[in-house]
Structure formats: C-alpha cells, structure tokens
Design a binder for this molecule. Sequence first.
Ligand SMILES: *[C@@H]1O[C@H](CO)[C@@H](O)[C@H](O)[C@H]1NC(C)=O
Ligand SMILES: *[C@@H]1O[C@H](CO)[C@@H](O)[C@H](O)[C@H]1NC(C)=O
Ligand SMILES: CC(=O)N[C@H]1CO[C@H](CO)[C@@H](O)[C@@H]1O
Length: 509
Amino acid sequence: RLKYIMNLNKNVIKLIIKSMTEFQEKLRQQHEESMHRELEALLATANEAEAEISRKDFDGFKKLFHRFLQVKGPAVDWAKINRPPEDSIWPYERIRMDGLPDDVTASLNKLAVVKLNGGLGTSMGCKGPKSLISVRNENTFLDLTVQQIEHLNKTFDADVPLVLMNSFNTDEDTKKILQKYKHHRVHIHTFNQSRYPRINKESLLPIAASMGRGDGEAWYPPGHGDVYASFANCGLLDRLLAEGKEYIFVSNIDNLGATVDLSILQHLVSRPADRRCEFIMEVTDKTRADVKGGTLIQYEDRLRLLEIAQVPKAHADEFKSVTKFKIFNTNNLWISLPAVKRLQEKNAMDLEIIVNPKTLDGGLNVIQLETAVGAAIKSFNNAMGVNVPRSRFLPVKTSSDLLLVMSNLYSMDAGSLTMSKRREFPSTPHVKLGGSFTKVQEFLSRFESIPDMLELDHLTVSGDVTFGKNVSLKGTVIIIANHGDRIDIPAGAMLENKIVSGNLRILDH
Ligand SMILES: *[C@@H]1O[C@H](CO)[C@@H](O)[C@H](O)[C@H]1NC(C)=O
Ligand SMILES: *[C@@H]1O[C@H](CO)[C@@H](O)[C@H](O)[C@H]1NC(C)=O
Ligand SMILES: CC(=O)N[C@H]1CO[C@H](CO)[C@@H](O)[C@@H]1O
C-alpha cells in the first residue's frame, strides 16, 4: 500500500510540475503577444519615415525580449567558471614591436576606427553628448579623436575612416559639430544605434504612449552590444568590407587612452589565415579602483566576458577580488569585419542580456534590456585578450578624472595624451573631488588655473573650495571646507603633504 501511495505521489508531482511548466510557457507567450500588439499600436502613431526605422529597431527588440522571457535562473553557473588558460591572454610585451612594420600603410588601410558615441554628459552635469565636453585646451573628446585619426592618416599616408555610433540622444548635436570637419582629410561616418522602448517592470509592457520624440523617458539606447546589428543594418558593414576593411577598433569615446596601437594591429593582420584571430579584447591589471569592471573567464571551453550584473550575489565579493580575477575589460576591442558579417548572417551572436532597472522621475519602475559589445567575444574564433599597459585605459567619467587629464601630468601630441616625462612615478595620483565639483561648469569656475600636479600622490577636496592661479600640489593634500566655511587657496601657493581645513588653517600632514 505504501508503495502504491508513493507511486501515486510521484505521478501527482510530475503532473504538477508539468502543468506549472505549461502555465509558465503560456504566461511567457501571453507576455510576448501583448508586447507585439503594443509595438504595432505604437507604430501606428508614427509617420511613414519614422515607422520604417522603428520597425527595424523593433525587430531587434522583439528578439531581445523573447530571449529575456526565456532565460531561467542566473546567466552563469559559478561552478563552471575557470580562469582563462595562460595562452589566451597575452602580455602586451609579447606582441609589442620596437620599430614599425614595413607595410604599416597597408595594415592601416585594413582598419576602421569605431567610437561609441551614444552617451550623454549628464553624469558630469552637462547637456548634450558627452563627446562634446571640452577636456583639454578647448578640445572635446570628439576633437581629440579626429586629430588622432588625421595624424595617423597623414603620417602613414593611410586611409583610416572614423565611424561614430550615435544614439538618438546624441545624433543631432554630434552632426552639427561635425560640420566643422567637412573640409578635413578624415572620412567620418555616423550611424544610429537602435531606439528601444523602456518597459514597465510590473506589466512588462512599453511605457511609451506614442512613437513621438517628445516622449523622451519612454525610450533608451540598448547598450553598446547593439553595435553589431546596427552596423550591419545601416549598410556600413558591407560598405567597409567592399572598401577592403578587415578590422574595426572599437572603444568608448571617453577613453582618451584608446588610440590606434600599431603593434596590436600588426599582430592581427600578420597571423596566418588558418589561425586568424577574430577578436582581441584589451584588458589591464585590476586595481582597487576598478573592482566592478568586467573580466575574462573560461566557460564551456570558450573565452567569455563576465560582468558584475551576471554574478550571483553570493559571489560578488569573489568577483571583485583582485587576486582571483586579476584583469578587467578596457572595452578597447579589435574585431574582424568578415567575422561580424558571418555571425550576423547566421544570427549567431547571443549576447547575454543585462537587465538594467531604473526609477524614472515620476517614480515609475522600468527595466531596460541591454547588451555589451565585449560579450560577443565567445562567438568569435581564436579570440584572445591582450594585457595592455594602464595608459590605454584613461576614461573620463568624473570631474576628478577631468582634473587629471587637464593638468600638466599629461602632455598632448596630435590628439593623444601621454603621461608627462617630468613625472617621476608612472602611477596616476588618486584624486577625489567633492560634490561641489561634480558639474563641469562649476568645477571650471573653482580653478583660476589647473594646479601643477606633477608630484601629487593623493588629493581630496570637499566643500566650498577655490584655487588661485599657479597653485602647486605635492604628495598628499587634503582640503576640507566644512559647511558654512570657505577656503580659497591663494595664487602661487605650494601645498606639500598638507591638510587644510576650517578657514584656511594650514597644518603639517
Ligand atoms: C538618427 O537619430 C536621429 C534622432 O532621433 C534622427 O533625427 C536621424 O534621422 C536618425 N538617423 C538615421 C540615419 O536614421
Ligand atoms: C608659480 O609658482 C612657483 C612656486 O610654486 C614659482 O616658482 C613661479 O615663479 C610661479 N609662476 C608664476 C607665473 O607666477
Ligand atoms: C580617409 C582619409 O582622410 N584619407 C586620406 C588620408 O590622407 C591621404 C594622404 O595623406 C589621402 O590621400 C587620403 O584621402
């Protein structure tokens, strides 16, 4: 009898599981159908031209949403994660060339430079595209990029085009500024990344009421992983292939260290055809400041990018440890164009979805489905990492970063910044500027001139502080104006290992 009951139970449980799975599948289908219906309704509000572009965008979005609904459980199984094998991440030294290769022009002619230009300057308190913020002697990120490419082109008599991936947020303003380069000898192409609808976290339906552009909060650019599909859809992929381009060098436009590296390029173009490397990710040694950066792992026999968003909570500390995962992704990527074409045609790039939750101004909770460009590494043949010097990762995300790149720590040559030879240590100082320095405009108004920082190790500034002309900062300097106080560092002051607080009392540190 007991056996009979147990058998019965087993069958009941099987039945329950089966009906639960069926129920979930039904629910999934319902979500998907409702989404498709809403998207059609949105398209009905658009004019013809807009509907055509949006239809393409929605095709991509539908695929992403479908995959989002199907994913069960965490994206990675922690037990399957291994350190990448020795030979999959090369030290830069191993490919660094001392001189120039003979055929550098021919190699450069196989290259196009792609800058990810979808972001706004909001986090630095600026309106409009981030790439239009001035970073050095009135030059913006965009200016510096163009100067670099022009210089390359001139020096080597080469033909390297610049490609900007804009978003609907940045396209118009960027194009206005590009007018000034009309007569320059650099070819600049632009294309838009997709525009996807933000979805309500509860209902999983778009929050947009219409296709209109006025409905700003309802749309988002879906991360830089979108570059592959958008690049192919706009026709540029085919066009560059037809022009004989074989590789793209992709990087964030706010990374001032992401210049064209001839050694890496040479490594790519000189490999024999049967061992062609289709993807190089530039990684660099992790410090405590970049514990959240994505890292390379070995997973199911392939090199894979692991982002913090994919890490189960229980393993977050392990992920951040500098000893277990020693390197992180700089997002400087070298990618084979024929390989992109092949993978796009086979629809074979399933980039892991990053679900980005947001709370809008009105308090509405939404999610955006995004992907990262580096996540595609697992789909390419003979992909590898190259562990590059830190100098190739010089992102400007905050006004503290901005202070460093504006200062005499760097010298500028043809749009490239290099650490000044007059600095005795290769490390960059640690700079922490407080809240009153966050916005670029206010930041600039607090410095009559950028202090001499050649011998600085650490700077902390907080509160209502201003700097006169020709100040120099050395060693560790901490300046703290408490609420209601104000500190004006006088012109010509030299602060070395000092703590300044209260109303400009200077103490030895
Ligand atoms: C790119 O996006 C902008 C802003 O939405 C739009 O005005 C422009 O027409 C788009 N360009 C293309 C080629 O679709
Ligand atoms: C700037 O200050 C340094 C001392 O810190 C001084 O030697 C130099 O002459 C000053 N330069 C100007 C232009 O005031
Ligand atoms: C893309 C581009 O600007 N190409 C130019 C680079 O410079 C050479 C000569 O220096 C020109 O011939 C190319 O047209």
